[in-house]
Design a protein around this ligand. Sequence first.
Ligand code: NAD
Length: 430
Amino acid sequence: MTSAPVDTKSELSYMSPRPDSPWGTYLGQVDRVTPYLGPLQRWVDILKRPKQALVVNVPIELDNGRFAHFEGYRVQHSLARGPGKGGVRFHPDVTLEEVTALSAWMTVKTAAVNLPYGGAKGGVRVDPRKLSRGELERLTRRYTSAIGKIIGPHTDIPAPDVNTNAQVMAWMMDTYSINTGATATGVVTGKPIHLGGSLGRVKATGRGVFVTGREAARRMGLDLNGARIAIQGFGNVGSVAAELFADAGAKVVAVQDHSGTLYNDGGFDVARLLAANGPDGIAGSGLGESIPDESFWDVRCDILIPAALEGQLSAERARRVSARLVLEGANGPTVPAADDVLAERGVLLVPDVICNAGGVTVSYFEWVQDFSSFFWTEDEINVRLDKILMQALTRIWETADRHRISLRTATYAVAFERILMAHEERGLYP
Ligand code: NAD
């Protein structure tokens, strides 16, 4: 007797989103990679839904004595290869759907770099700029308590993301430790150094952009010495990448941040630009020539590094880009249609999930050091970081060559193969 068909549709609306939404984009990426997964394809539907999603109310008392309620999330997309890993975002636009997509991309990122983690993400829908420091601390502690039942050093390890930082991680670690009765430094990463943080974490993402970019340039025969570089975003990621590329002999000819766009045909003195960069950005630095923001995409360059926001490289902008190599320092800076334009034009793109994976890799080192209570030097961190990223990129490059696919599709193929292999080997319980 055959059993009746079972309706497996989710009641959650985010399971059937608009194609251009974050979760819709992720689902499109899964479909694109599925043909390359061979017999593991039978597991692929497991990637199209999160393992578990916790929605919590976060009530706090404001300084004026009133109560305010905020919605918080922690989504664990996959725990197949190890504990969940992913940041916590405090932002007024945070939604369950967005956090779910971000958690899935963390699954891809940790698997692409072969870290022993799954993927997770958290967030609270709040504008933290409207909170006092005391209110922010109470929000962080109440949120940590609320998600405390699913996070932990062996289960799911949060980290900083948009509008959260080392101080927020210190509050999270303290709250979790008090609730569980033992100081557990390994419950979060991105902590202050004297609370179990890691040397090298601050520069790790920009360093990863440089290391993967240098290797991509070498493989495509692009000499870094004198190479012209345009960078969007001069924050943590963009400024460190700029510094390292300049040290390697490249010329940073254009930089754009929230304050404006600067151009210097002979190449900026990156150290001076760094010194001039403050909360007001680079526009008032007096260095270089100010050009219209939209002209940034027309600047003559060999390497383009979008390291600011998502969705910046549209198909229209991709047609104007002169670079031969695009390094995605930011998460999701290239819209899917632009990917196709770049590929048609022969522009090589190193995708975010490998290009900016230096941060999560050093977060992994932080977690390992916390467990052993033995801390490495910054040189040791950098040597290990470079090795892991080079190994990851080599494997992805070989996959791209073998199937004649883009580095992005190859990265997803490598990552999904590792995740689905874990499912295959673990089996389906019961
Ligand atoms: P940041 O806040 O330090 O810097 C952001 C930069 O982008 C600033 O220079 C800002 O002026 C610029 N910017 C903001 N709005 C802009 C606009 N409209 N046009 C042009 N520039 C604008 O952030 P960050 O940590 O450097 O992160 C940058 C990107 O990298 C984000 O997408 C982030 O998710 C991603 N990322 C960061 C890390 C990390 O470890 N910091 C890790 C992985 C991915």
